[in-house]
Design a binder for this molecule. Structure first.
Ligand SMILES: NC(=O)c1ccc[n+]([C@@H]2O[C@H](COP(=O)([O-])OP(=O)(O)OC[C@H]3O[C@@H](n4cnc5c(N)ncnc54)[C@H](O)[C@@H]3O)[C@@H](O)[C@H]2O)c1
Length: 255
């Protein structure tokens, strides 16, 4: 098998529709020679149906990243399909409605805690749960939305993403000795299910459409997926704790 990811065994989380960034990653990864195992959350039969649209069949393992029992069992479940992992994709985010859309000052701690557990802490939980399957040259990649700024409606999700960006640097620190990298792709706004749950998301769409230096296609997940695949590959062997922006250049602009 030839391709950028030839022979790589990847665990990819986060497919819920074929618009999911993770779907695009899984498709490109398979097209580039990888063997893909998926995890699905909640509506497993739906994830399995969407997975059938990939170029190759891919098994789906149930994983709620807040479920300690499922996390503890994930390595064994993955081993039923592949004998190890070269890469993990964390493409997971969730915040209760109170945390989004301008509710920053009123969101209760329980809701904020959920947002942080699912969107931030799970990056570490997933990595450590899969660590027994990984060796030198392994790569962990997650998805963020530029958390260096306060955005109008992103609120506690922005705080969770700032935590994710830090968690990725700490993972890079702690897993570096084992030769395992941790990097994030910071994507511009894309019309996925997660995006649709953010009241006022169209403000991002307008901003990017009007200002991104390279322009920005709100329904094209492939540029972000390509960057994820590149970071999973052997072409970033000395890069860890990094955030690669795939946002049409928006992050480089002043106010
Ligand atoms: N869409 C955007 O504009 C955008 C921009 C930058 C970054 N991101 C990030 O990309 C990642 C993927 O999101 P997406 O936009 O493809 O949306 P999506 O809705 O397709 O994917 C989000 C995924 O998170 C999963 N999830 C939620 N709670 C979970 C849990 N407890 N356990 C396991 N999985 C859980 C959902 O099942 C879903 O598959 C997220 O981290 C998101 O924040 C999205």
């Amino acid at each position: 098998m030839s391709g950028l990811l030839a022979g790589k065994r990847l665990l990819i989380t986060g497919i819920i529709t074929d618009a999911s960034i993770a779907f695009s990653v899984a498709k490109l990864a398979q097209e580039n020679g990888a063997t893909v195992v998926l995890t699905g959350y909640g509506r497993l039969s739906l994830v399995e149906r969407i997975a059938k649209r990939l170029p190759e069949p891919a098994p789906v393992i149930e994983l709620d990243v807040t479920n300690a029992e499922q996390l503890a069992g994930i390595a064994d479940k993955v081993r039923e399909h592949v004998d190890g992992l070269d890469g993990i994709v964390h493409s997971i985010g969730f915040a209760p409605q109170s945390c989004l859309g301008g509710g920053f000052l009123d969101a209760p701690w329980e809701d904020v805690a959920t947002a942080v557990q699912v969107s931030t802490y799970s990056y570490k939980s997933l990595a450590t749960a899969c660590l027994p399957l990984m060796g030198r040259g392994g790569s962990i990649v997650g998805l963020t939305f530029d958390a260096t700024k306060a955005w109008p409606v992103y609120d506690w999700m922005g705080v969770a993403k700032a935590g994710l960006e830090s968690a990725s640097r700490y993972l890079a620190l702690h897993l570096g000795k084992q030769g395992i990298r941790s990097n994030l792709v910071s994507a511009g706004p894309l019309r996925t299910m997660a995006a649709k749950s953010i009241p006022g998301f169209e403000q991002f769409e307008t901003a990017w459409s009007e200002r991104a230096p390279l322009g920005w296609d709100l329904v094209d997940q492939e540029p972000a997926a390509r960057a994820v695949c590149a970071l999973l590959s052997d072409w970033f062997p000395a890069t860890t704790g990094e955030i690669v922006h795939v946002d049409g250049g928006y992050h480089a602009l002043g106010a």
